[in-house]
Write a protein that binds this ligand. Structure first.
Ligand SMILES: NC(=O)c1ccc[n+]([C@@H]2O[C@H](COP(=O)([O-])OP(=O)(O)OC[C@H]3O[C@@H](n4cnc5c(N)ncnc54)[C@H](OP(=O)(O)O)[C@@H]3O)[C@@H](O)[C@H]2O)c1
Length: 249
């Protein structure tokens, strides 16, 4: 495999499992030195580190709770201290908490934690990273098809967090373009084995509405992220790349 990311340093938030782990693997295979975060899965994080190092890549994990926005500057300092700089930020870490807006028993503490993790936490990391990203840098925010169309009930809060960071990323593209830093979004689709979904019935309805009629594999979505991180995407910024099996077709 060619290594177009040799010499680049990447930070992938939420790299201990799911799409984040697939992205860590792919960016490392393409030559990048990769730091990633996690919050609770220490063993899984260590396994991702060990796998990367076993293949000769430089991979390091930092435990950093994205819901605590005050942590973001220290996280970026840690990455720069470890690898000497930062070129690629992948905003992947997120959680999902579902429920109807009129649910009287809604777990508002859990919903607030989701808003803190998926929205305020992502913004804090983008702010801190953008101050140190090198020329030619990349910001890639993982969103969801639900950010553009809330196609099923019970996803208002989750969809709102994703739509929010999507537009923040567009603003970053405008603010950072003069420094030759791009900022783009990948709207991911349903993946098996990932975060908690909105329940079996809603999932079936969602699947049936997709052009490809199937869930995606994390590796398929990671490939879209890797394209935006690559030198080939140097003139792509402020874009939304749909990797959700044709949810909007
Ligand atoms: N799965 C889907 O069907 C789907 C569909 C559309 C979009 N997406 C988007 O794709 C991305 C990845 O989803 P996924 O299904 O791969 O997720 P996942 O399997 O649930 O993994 C989430 C990752 O984020 C980390 N994380 C969660 N809360 C965190 C926090 N407060 N601080 C730091 N790290 C935290 C987790 O760390 P720990 O392991 O330590 O908890 C884990 O590494 C998300 O942005 C999601 O919104 C997913």
């Amino acid at each position: 495999m060619s290594k177009p990311l040799t010499g680049k340093v990447a930070l992938v938030t939420g790299g201990s499992r799911g799409l984040g782990a697939a992205t860590v693997r792919l960016l490392a295979e393409q030559g990048a030195d990769v730091a990633f975060t996690y919050v609770s899965s220490e063993e899984r994080a260590q396994a991702v580190v060990d796998e990367g190092r076993g293949k000769g890549a430089k991979v390091v994990a930092f435990r950093s709770d994205q819901a605590d926005t005050s942590r973001a500057p220290a996280l970026i300092d840690d990455v720069v201290a470890h690898f000497g700089g930062l070129d690629i930020l992948v905003n992947n870490a997120a959680i999902s908490v579902n429920g109807a807006v009129d649910d009287p028993d809604a777990d508002t503490a859990a919903l607030d934690r989701m808003h803190a993790t998926n929205y305020l936490g992502v913004i804090a990391v983008i702010r801190a990273a953008s101050r140190v990203l090198r020329t030619g840098g990349r910001i890639i925010t993982v969103s969801s098809g639900l950010a553009s169309r809330a196609g099923i009930p019970g996803v208002a809060d989750y969809a709102a967090t994703k739509a929010g960071v999507q537009m923040y990323t567009m603003g970053a593209a405008r603010d950072l373009g003069a420094r030759d830093i791009t900022a783009n979004v990948v709207e991911a689709g349903m993946m098996e084995g990932g975060m908690e979904g909105p329940g079996p019935e809603a999932l079936e309805a969602l699947l049936g509405s997709l052009s490809l009629q199937r869930t995606g594999r994390p590796e398929e979505i990671a490939a879209a992220i890797a394209f935006l991180a690559s030198p080939d995407a140097s003139y792509v910024t402020g874009a939304v790349l749909d990797a959700h099996g044709g949810y909007n077709a």
